[in-house]
Design a binder for this molecule. Structure first.
Ligand SMILES: NC(=O)c1ccc[n+]([C@@H]2O[C@H](COP(=O)([O-])OP(=O)(O)OC[C@H]3O[C@@H](n4cnc5c(N)ncnc54)[C@H](OP(=O)(O)O)[C@@H]3O)[C@@H](O)[C@H]2O)c1
Length: 306
């Protein structure tokens, strides 16, 4: 039996990981997150309500579990909040990662860590390879880049999965994502301004969870890109959502980034070259449009079961 700790199990990725790993016979799951467990089905794993920024408590918990693998999904992920509260962001996104990496080093534990396309400035003019030079344009991106660096410095067995604009279903949470934001706005005849000059490859949370599993099964080492396979403007992403749901596109207003005043700057074009991940961890390659249909089916099933 492999003992696997999932941090941030209440989150977008964390919940999918718990659900995915429950289907594997050879693992024991330990889920760590802040506050009550928000997953509806709490069977077949152990949940710890823990504030991960209190590392002594985290260490006690890890010493008790003695995990073979940690999948570290917990992070401060609100990009504007990270810009406004940089110390809190660094405590969560950098210091905690350093402490977890230290634990892994001392206990020979394998780590899967999550990082982001926001380590890049988005000005390359083509998709990013794992070894391209980072240059974050906001504090969130900087904190995640520093998290990658501390792991490299400690020198442990670790896969760092970088991902882009994650969307998916979450239990017990009204957390928004790009697809739900567009869908809900258009359904309520609400006008939305959507940028035409930022390009992304959105990632379905189920696919990211599967990539974590593929990496840990092989105990892959190094950095891996994980996203869908076609670069699209956020405006085109919104149009695709409207088309799939048959919603009126007149509420979607194309704007450029300068029109949006937000605390944190966003990079322009952050698509990924997926060749390394396809070759080394056998990452399946899907377009956003294909996966959007999967998400729609999940949402329909979810709504019918309520
Ligand atoms: N979402 C994206 O578009 C995206 C894009 C690129 C990279 N990533 C990276 O992918 C990883 C997973 O992202 P995600 O979207 O799944 O994030 P998420 O939905 O925000 O989930 C993170 C989870 O961590 C928990 N958490 C935060 N601070 C904590 C603390 N001090 N103690 C215990 N738990 C804490 C959160 O609790 P609460 O729910 O109570 O806040 C949340 O459940 C992150 O490392 C993120 O940086 C995400």
């Amino acid at each position: 039996m492999k003992k696997i700790v999932i941090t941030g199990s209440n989150g977008l990725l964390g919940q999918k990981l718990v659900k995915l790993l429950k289907t594997k016979s050879e693992v024991e799951i330990y889920a760590l997150s802040k506050g009550p467990n928000r997953l509806f089905n709490t069977k077949a794993y152990t949940y710890y309500n823990i504030d991960l920024t209190h590392f002594e408590a985290v260490q006690d918990c890890l010493n008790e579990i003695q995990p073979d693998v940690i999948i570290h999904t917990a992070a401060m992920t609100n990009v504007d909040a990270c810009e406004l509260e940089q110390e809190i962001c660094d405590r969560m996104n950098v210091d905690l990662v350093s402490e977890i990496a230290g634990y892994c080093k001392r206990n020979d534990c394998y780590l899967v860590h999550l990082s982001t396309d926001f380590i890049f400035d988005g000005n390359k003019g083509s998709v990013y390879k794992e070894e391209d030079l980072p240059n974050p344009v906001n504090h969130y991106g900087l904190s995640k880049l520093r998290s990658e660096k501390v792991i490299e410095e400690v020198g442990i067995r670790c896969a760092i999965l970088r991902t882009i604009l994650v969307y998916g279903l979450v239990d017990g949470n009204d957390r928004n994502n790009i697809v739900l934001w567009v869908k809900n706005s258009l359904e309520h005849a609400k006008d939305i301004n959507v940028v035409t000059d930022q390009m992304r490859m959105p990632t379905l949370s189920d696919d990211l969870a599967q990539a974590c599993w593929l990496a840990l099964e092989k105990e892959a080492n190094g950095v891996f890109n994980v996203s869908s396979s076609v670069l699209m403007s956020i405006y085109d992403i919104a149009l695709a959502v409207a088309n799939l749901y048959g919603l009126d596109k007149k509420y979607i207003h194309p704007v450029d980034s300068k029109a949006l005043v937000l605390p944190a700057k966003r990079p322009f074009s952050t698509g990924f070259d997926l060749n390394k991940s396809i070759a080394e961890i056998k990452l399946p390659s899907y377009s956003f449009r294909e996966r959007l249909q999967v998400f729609k089916d999940q949402l329909t099933k979810h709504d019918e079961s309520r």
